[in-house]
Design a protein. Structure first.
Length: 218
């Protein structure tokens, strides 16, 4: 029972931080109760798929899709932009978490084979969430985000070339996220390259978002 409670708590923290980051980056108003509700749903799905059935790879894909669906249906973001927000938020979070893991792995975490519900994993989750939350808070405080995501989900939108590329980046984003878990579980030395993959895709998101935000064309 304690393992279930701890898993739920730390998973909700991670999920809520992910939504918080997405909203701050795209200058969207926060809905705290809805964010926590979505976090609980995601945590329950994660526990069932990852712990009960042992399907970690499937869990990663389901979590990605749940974030997208919540942004689209619960927070009423246009489906096109929900995909963009999901991809950028996930790439940022996974970049931070993979870097944190590699740093910790050089100190006191000595193996890649760590139980999903171990104290070390909870510490990794908390530290990653704290860093991402801090970045999002700074972005919100300085108003450094992007404001091209429309407020009305059903309104007519004119999709630019840069936005089409941003949308297309969502597909390699999912692949890279799933690949990270495979390399993690197999103790592959190529796991150290994952932050580079995340950084490349994230740079594409940031570059194209900036172009769109300032009305540039490519």
């Amino acid at each position: 029972m304690l393992d279930f409670v701890l898993f739920m708590i730390f998973s909700v923290i991670e999920s809520s931080t992910l939504f918080y980051f997405a909203f701050k980056v795209f200058k969207i108003d926060l809905y705290v109760k809805e964010i926590i509700f979505a976090g609980f749903i995601m945590a329950f799905f994660s526990y069932t798929i990852r712990i009960v059935y042992g399907l970690a790879e499937i869990d990663i894909l389901v979590q990605y899709l749940l974030v997208f669906c919540f942004l689209w249906q619960l927070f009423r973001i246009h489906i096109f932009y929900a995909a963009i927000m999901t991809g950028m938020a996930y790439q940022t979070y996974m970049l931070i978490q993979s870097l944190v893991y590699l740093v910790l792995n050089r100190t006191f975490i000595s193996t890649l084979h760590i139980p999903t519900n171990s104290l070390r994993i909870y510490f990794l989750q908390c530290l990653s969430a704290l860093l991402v939350f801090s970045i999002a808070f700074y972005i919100g405080k300085r108003r450094k985000g992007f404001d091209f995501v429309p407020d009305k989900p059903d309104g007519k939108i004119n999709i630019s070339h840069s936005e089409k590329i941003l949308f297309a980046l969502s597909f390699p984003s999912i692949t890279v996220v799933v690949l990270m878990l495979y390399l993690f579980d197999s103790s592959s030395p190529y796991f150290r390259l994952m932050p580079l993959f995340y950084a490349i895709i994230l740079y594409g998101y940031l570059y194209l978002s900036r172009k769109k935000n300032f009305g540039d064309t490519i």
